[in-house]
Design a protein around this ligand. Structure first.
Ligand SMILES: C[S@@+](CC[C@H](N)C(=O)[O-])C[C@H]1O[C@@H](n2cnc3c(N)ncnc32)[C@H](O)[C@@H]1O
Length: 334
């Protein structure tokens, strides 16, 4: 016990040496050469949809020297970091132009642009010729969609009955509208709203062809679905809310169009990997998380009735999306 202080001093010195040797081993200077990457934004004003964004990202990812690339669909800008000793801005602009998109001042390749699918072309260049074969194509696509979309559960959430008066907002070509028309029957009515003239025209032609008489197709405004006041039993929005830039105005107008106690049902896609991303980033990928929409719906004065984070799953060629479902109602008072 007499030697305890001496032993303690020796142990401390020994440990100190050891820690010093470890520190030297850990903090050796890194030999990896760090290159300074250049950042650039390229304006891609003619991109239309998520497919355009992916096409540009895939093309640039195949170029040597590109380290990070992201296309912002809303701002119509490609943002990237690259090693400018390997690839320069002009090469990148030309690569984008070669697949059919203007890139800053470099004009797109006309042949590549002509071969893009309809949804990737500027609206003025789209084929709006509503041929009969289009109706057949659309029906085949809808039958495929029936396998995963779980329409009966959506209608149950809307509390649809024979004779109900409902609206499908962001109706597109009418997948849900046509099914709603059958569910509400000839005593009911469906108001199908969209802001895309060609979608509304397609739907009107389809309704005529199929002799569906209980649907009114409405060309709405970006911030107003142009619906009658205090009339509707239910409103549904599927895969369209994320596109509504004036969503708070839209929700206020939708609430005013519902009778007290009427239902609002929203179902939108979100990829697992972007669940925590900002609203802006999700919307630029044509999706939106339940948490944002729920807060916005509550803010507009709706009562939340039900929420399902994983309503249905949909497999794309290269990724899977989950559609969530939110059911809200206009309060009886207010
Ligand atoms: C991806 S499509 C979905 C169509 C349809 N709901 C479906 O599931 O097949 C989105 C639609 O929302 C429409 N849209 C976007 N903003 C809108 C708005 N403020 N009011 C009405 N429709 C809108 C677009 O024109 C487009 O037809």
């Amino acid at each position: 016990m007499k030697n305890l202080p001496i032993l303690t001093i020796l142990a401390t010195l020994f440990l100190g040496m050891f820690v010093d040797i470890q520190a030297q081993a850990t903090y050796q200077p890194m030999k990896v050469e760090e290159k300074i990457l250049k950042s650039s934004n390229i304006a891609v004003p003619t991109i239309q949809c998520m497919m355009c964004a992916r096409r540009i990202e895939d093309k640039l990812a195949s170029l040597a020297g590109i380290k990070e690339i992201e296309v912002d669909l809303e701002a119509k800008v490609a943002l990237m970091r690259y090693d400018d000793t390997v690839v320069n801005l002009r090469n990148i602009e030309q690569a984008i132009a070669s697949i059919g998109y203007h890139a800053n001042n470099v004009k797109r390749d006309p042949e590549a642009y002509a071969s893009l699918p309809q949804c990737c072309k500027e609206p003025k260049d789209r084929d709006t010729d509503l041929r009969h074969s289009d109706s057949r194509d659309v029906r085949e696509h809808w039958q495929e969609r029936d396998k995963w979309q779980n329409v009966p559960a959506i209608f149950e959430a809307m509390a649809i009955q024979s004779g109900s008066v409902v609206a499908d907002i962001g109706a597109g070509r009418g997948y849900l509208t046509v099914r709603l028309a059958e569910a509400v029957g000839e005593n009911g009515k469906v108001l199908a709203v969209d802001i895309d003239t060609s979608a509304v025209e397609f739907l009107r032609t389809y309704l005529n062809e199929q002799e569906i008489g209980n649907v009114q197709a409405i060309l709405g405004k970006q911030d107003d679905p142009l619906l009658p006041q205090e009339t509707l039993d239910a409103v549904v929005i599927v895969n369209s809310y994320h596109e509504m830039t004036a969503y708070q105005n839209m929700l206020n107008k939708i609430k005013a169009s519902l009778r007290p106690g009427g239902h609002l049902v929203i179902s939108e896609p979100i990829s697992d990997r972007r669940l925590q991303a900002s609203r802006r980033k999700q919307v630029s990928r044509h999706e939106i998380a339940l948490q944002y929409v729920k807060a916005e719906v509550e803010h507009a004065g709706f009562e939340i009735v039900q929420e399902q984070g994983a309503f249905v799953k949909h497999d794309h060629a290269d990724h899977q999306q989950t559609f969530w479902l939110l059911v809200a109602k206009r309060p009886i008072e207010g």
